[in-house]
Design a protein around this ligand. Sequence first.
Ligand SMILES: C[S@@+](CC[C@H](N)C(=O)[O-])C[C@H]1O[C@@H](n2cnc3c(N)ncnc32)[C@H](O)[C@@H]1O
Length: 288
Amino acid sequence: MQAPKDFSSVSPSAKSLLLMKGYTNIPYAKQAAALMPGPEVFELSFDEKDFWFWVRVMHFESRYWSIDQLLKQTDHTNILELSSGYSLRGADLCVKNKNIHYIDTDLPEVVATKQKMVTELELVAHLKGKLELLPLDVMNRTAFDDIISRFPPGPVTIVNEGLLMYLNLKEKETLCQTIHHTLKERGGCWITADVYVKRTAAMLATLPQSKGESAFMEQHHIEDNKFDSYDAAQAFFNDQGLELVKEAVFDPQILSVLPQLIKVLPEELRNSKERPPKIQATWLLRAK
Ligand SMILES: C[S@@+](CC[C@H](N)C(=O)[O-])C[C@H]1O[C@@H](n2cnc3c(N)ncnc32)[C@H](O)[C@@H]1O
């Protein structure tokens, strides 16, 4: 039998994301980033803070809020976050709402570091809802089902961002089957911010990347793992028994880093009427 694939080489990306989110007003991101030991992992231009730096930060800030936007449109109190990295959305929701049961999961090493973070941030005393931080490899169906069984009866909302581009087609199908099974049994929905479409050659040529980042992208076949188009993504989910119900709407008003981006906007873009290309969407899916 084939040994299960080791996904831990993906985990450094969570640190890079936290350090970027540390420049935004995403709840607890600044405090958590300050606790993160060691240097940035992909040699990104954190010192230069140029246009491309703020574009990236803005993209990840927007992706974070897009999940919150759709979460607010469900009234479910059982929430499971997959591959949450160092995101503290669960803690934020549990501080604000006593009815929430949030299970926040990632691979074991990330969870161990995050547990220390939560302790150092002294969040536990402020929690009104129930927050659990647990290891979960999303490819492990038995472990997934065990985690779901911790919730009290009722529908479950599953959320994730920054995972599907690390899974090949077969792995994506396996995860979709697991999620489909859960949603069929329990009711609820899946909010995923991972509907990324492949970039055009021109877009790839424009985007500056450090050597470390390019190597990481190649190692994990990130471009290949993206969808060919939004229609192809919808057809893929449809084949897995999951139907698109809603898409999050881009909301520039909520972006805390927009003023920084505008300050460094190149002249030609300042005067351009063209909208920047859409590279990602956040979808709410239900089991058919
Ligand atoms: C790009 S980070 C995203 C982190 C977080 N969701 C965010 O947006 O800030 C990818 C995360 O996926 C996790 N991951 C990768 N493969 C996984 C798997 N098979 N099961 C669970 N988590 C996984 C990594 O440990 C890492 O934390």
